[in-house]
Write a protein that binds this ligand. Structure first.
Ligand code: K1U
Ligand code: ZN
Length: 174
């Protein structure tokens, strides 16, 4: 397993659409394990392959409390099948926008299809933080960041601060 460097915004690599995986093989299972290790070390509750420079449709999520057992989810080619009519607002962060948080409105619950580590098609029904995190991570596969869901004023303020922090060498980035 390896910890991978996380790309910090603004960066064109975070704005591209990721490619579906053709088949889940050992190399992709290794990448999923590396994403999980990187996410736990950060620490975070989710991570998408494009955040480490891999333009593939792969996300990992674990919203279990840190003081309890881990509950990792690995989703290849995730697809949202259904979203609730009811929305919820949650404060979101992003490992690619370190130290910045904002309230984002999204559907409260989702149903997603994906391929598991064995390449089997599965369905995940999620609500609350798990639903928020899955939607946030699937957004990364479309080149969308949580700041794209907030006002241009707040978004530009966050991105300007990140440009400045990167110039000052604030992050270990690639
Ligand atoms: O960069 C990412 O996509 C990960 C991001 C996921 C996320 C957070 C909040 C709402 C939606 C999606 C993070 O994990 S940011 C860090 C974070 O939220 C956290 C860190 C330590 C403990 C608990 C949460
Ligand atoms: Zn993110």
């Amino acid at each position: 397993m390896a910890q991978l460097p996380i790309i910090v915004a603004p960066d064109p690599r975070l704005k591209r659409t990721a490619e579906p995986v053709a088949r889940v093989d050992d190399a992709l299972r290794q990448l999923a394990d590396d994403l999980l290790e990187t996410m736990y070390a950060a620490p975070g509750i989710g991570l998408a392959a494009p955040q480490v420079g891999q333009l593939l449709r792969l996300i990992v999520v674990d919203v279990a409390p840190r003081n309890g057992p881990r509950d990792p989810h690995v989703l290849f080619n995730p697809e949202v099948l259904w979203v609730s009519e009811e929305d919820s607002t949650a404060s979101e962060g992003c490992l690619s926008l370190p130290e910045h948080y904002a309230d984002v409105v999204r559907p409260r619950a989702v149903k997603a299809a994906y391929l598991d580590r064995a390449g089997e098609r599965r369905i995940l029904e999620a609500e609350g933080l798990l639903a928020t995190c899955i939607q946030h991570e699937i957004d990364h596969l479309e080149g969308v960041l949580f700041v794209d869901h907030i006002s241009a004023l707040k978004r530009n303020m966050i991105l300007r601060k990140l440009v400045k922090a990167k110039k000052q060498g604030a992050f270990e980035t690639v």
